[in-house]
Design a protein around this ligand. Structure first.
Ligand SMILES: [Zn+2]
Ligand SMILES: [Zn+2]
Ligand SMILES: [Zn+2]
Length: 210
């Protein structure tokens, strides 16, 4: 299986969402690369995710810059770049010394930022603390990285002959909490709040039954 599930490190900050550390993110270095110190694993409580700020995104915002202009003015450096989707301002990520993207969001009250990193395509809402990915129609939709990661691990575990449904406390080799993942979405199903696409994906797991 390889790699390591990093979950949501305790020192994560809002412009560096947890979602980019799931299986898909392993192809790159997550959102902020290997320079980021990894704290103890703290799994984000899986909540029903929505963003109420999509209407704040300005499709006619200025194009992003290739630098953090505030850092340039200060003679400072940055690690990665983000763009405010509300006004278009380019700023630096939370692994950078000055964290201009987060600061801009807090000061201007602009909720949504996108990554400008090559090969990455996600946005983050500072208020709702959700990750979004672009839709084919040019909009954004909220994604549930915990669900996506768990689905990947579940397929792996089942394919390699592991017990399923997962026994209490079951984890993947690298610590992904398989049993917690399963019970989270079973709970939503019982509560009638499970996303229909997620329900269909679960029902497609070999051996799944409600
Ligand atoms: Zn939002
Ligand atoms: Zn900066
Ligand atoms: Zn802004």
């Amino acid at each position: 299986m390889g790699g390591m599930w990093l979950g949501h490190a305790a020192n994560d900050t809002p412009s560096d969402p947890p979602g980019r550390r799931g299986p898909r993110a392993r192809m790159s270095h997550g959102s902020d690369g290997p320079d980021r110190p990894i704290g103890p694993i703290v799994y984000r409580r899986a909540v029903q995710a929505t963003c109420g700020h999509l209407n704040r995104i300005d499709p006619e915002r200025p194009a992003p810059l290739g630098v953090c202009p505030t850092c340039v003015a200060m003679g400072s450096e940055w690690v990665h770049l983000r763009q405010c989707l509300v006004c278009g301002q380019t700023g630096c990520c939370d692994s950078s010394p000055n964290r201009h993207a987060s600061n801009h969001s807090a000061e201007a009250g602009h909720e949504v930022m996108q990554t400008l990193e090559e090969g990455e395509d996600w946005a983050w809402c500072f208020v709702d603390q959700v990750t979004m990915e672009p839709t084919p129609q040019g909009g954004w939709e909220v994604v549930d990285p915990f669900f996506e990661a768990g689905l990947w691990y579940a397929h792996e575990a089942i394919d390699t002959g592991g017990p399923f449904p997962f026994p209490a406390g079951a984890t993947a080799d690298d610590g992904f909490p398989l049993a917690v993942w399963e019970s989270t979405y079973r709970g939503r199903h019982r509560a009638g709040t499970l996303d229909p696409d997620q329900a269909a994906a679960l029902e497609a797991l070999p051996g799944w039954s409600w």
